[in-house]
Design a protein around this ligand. Structure first.
Ligand code: GDP
Ligand code: MG
Length: 317
């Protein structure tokens, strides 16, 4: 086991931070790291917080950190910031608010850049969430701007997804088109101090009634994150959803689908690297590949003869 991993497992925050950087940079140490920490996973509760820019997600997350800390939970936060290609590039507002907890050993906050990550954000997020889990966090909060498919993909890792809207979100229908209705386990109408909060609340409730979802009844809560109003109720609702997941088969189904998709993704990436020659090829496999490239045999024949070869022992490097 590497020195870094030992430090990580002993609770060294700097080691956690370094390992997150390895994830961000897609280090080739990654497969080994993720394999090593695997046995330490499964203790943390993953909560996704998504919604339009300016809805109050960061403010709410900041309040949830405080709630968690009051309950004695260790809290990890991942803020996915589309404005920055770099790690640590949190929006100024985020950084200021999150500093409330900067000196708290029970809190670890990290911002992940998403621009330029070439669709690798959801994978990076997944791995960072797991690092925080293995590190011993009780809650891992993931903040993303709910604007597109990438953000919705990110939410797949979350046990519970909170969708934050505001009275200004007005065009609720538009939001639902973006698929937020499907991912939401809890809706929050933040900025309830503003006009129109009840209107959107009722719209959401009506929409949820029409969706005929069975099992968990998606609650719609009102909050005023900046005044810390309704946040305790939100934390209680999160715990209720967590209990629901534990007694129903939902969590198992979710995990199964997630793991299958991930295995496929990792395998595809391995195949891609193999094809591009980034992974050394066994001579027999290389010969077959050449036969396909030269047109001597069909891709079908090449693949059907290659696959069994790939199943064999790895080539000597
Ligand atoms: N009026 C009002 N403003 C709020 C509330 N919660 C947050 N805000 C403000 O909304 C702005 C955006 O908040 P932020 O948390 O950065 O939103 P994010 O982009 O979704 O993370 C900030 O100026 C907050 O102070 C609220 O309940 N009521
Ligand atoms: Mg934010």
């Amino acid at each position: 086991m590497s020195d870094l991993l030992k430090k990580f497992l002993s609770g060294d925050r700097l080691a956690l931070s370094r390992m997150i950087t390895l994830v961000e940079n897609q280090s080739d140490q990654l497969p080994a790291i993720m394999s090593e920490i695997h046995q330490h996973l499964g203790k943390a509760y993953y909560v996704g917080v998504t919604g339009p820019p300016g809805a109050g997600k960061s403010t709410l997350v900041n309040r949830l950190i405080a709630q968690g800390r009051a309950l004695g939970k260790k809290v990890g936060v991942i803020a996915i910031d589309p404005s920055s290609p770099f790690s640590g590039g949190a929006l100024l507002g985020d950084r200021i608010r999150m500093q409330d907890h900067a000196s708290d050993e029970g809190v670890f906050i990290r911002s992940l850049g998403s621009r330029g990550a070439h669709g690798g954000v959801s994978r990076a997020t997944r791995d960072v969430v797991r690092l925080m889990d293995a590190f011993g966090m009780d809650w891992v909060l993931i903040e993303t701007v709910g604007v597109g498919q990438t953000e919705l993909d990110i939410m797949e890792i979350a046990h519970t997804t909170v969708v934050v809207l505001t009275p200004e979100s007005g065009d609720t229908i538009q939001t639902m088109k973006a698929g937020l209705l499907e991912v939401a386990d809890v809706f929050v109408v933040n900025k309830a101090d503003r006009e129109g909060a009840d209107k959107i609340l009722h719209e959401l409730k009506a929409m949820l009634e029409m969706s005929h979802a069975e099992g968990w009844e998606v609650p719609v809560l009102k909050t005023q994150a900046f005044q810390n109003v309704g946040v305790k109720e939100l934390a209680e609702t999160l715990e209720a959803h967590r209990r629901y997941l534990n007694v129903s088969t939902k969590l198992q189904e979710k995990l199964l689908a997630l793991r299958e998709a991930e295995l496929e993704e990792v395998l595809q990436e391995s195949f891609r690297q193999w094809l591009k020659g980034e992974i050394p090829r066994r001579p027999e496999a290389e010969a077959l590949r050449q036969q396909v490239l030269s047109g001597a045999i069909s891709a079908y024949e090449g693949a059907s003869r290659l696959f069994p070869l790939l199943q064999g022992p790895p080539a000597k490097r």
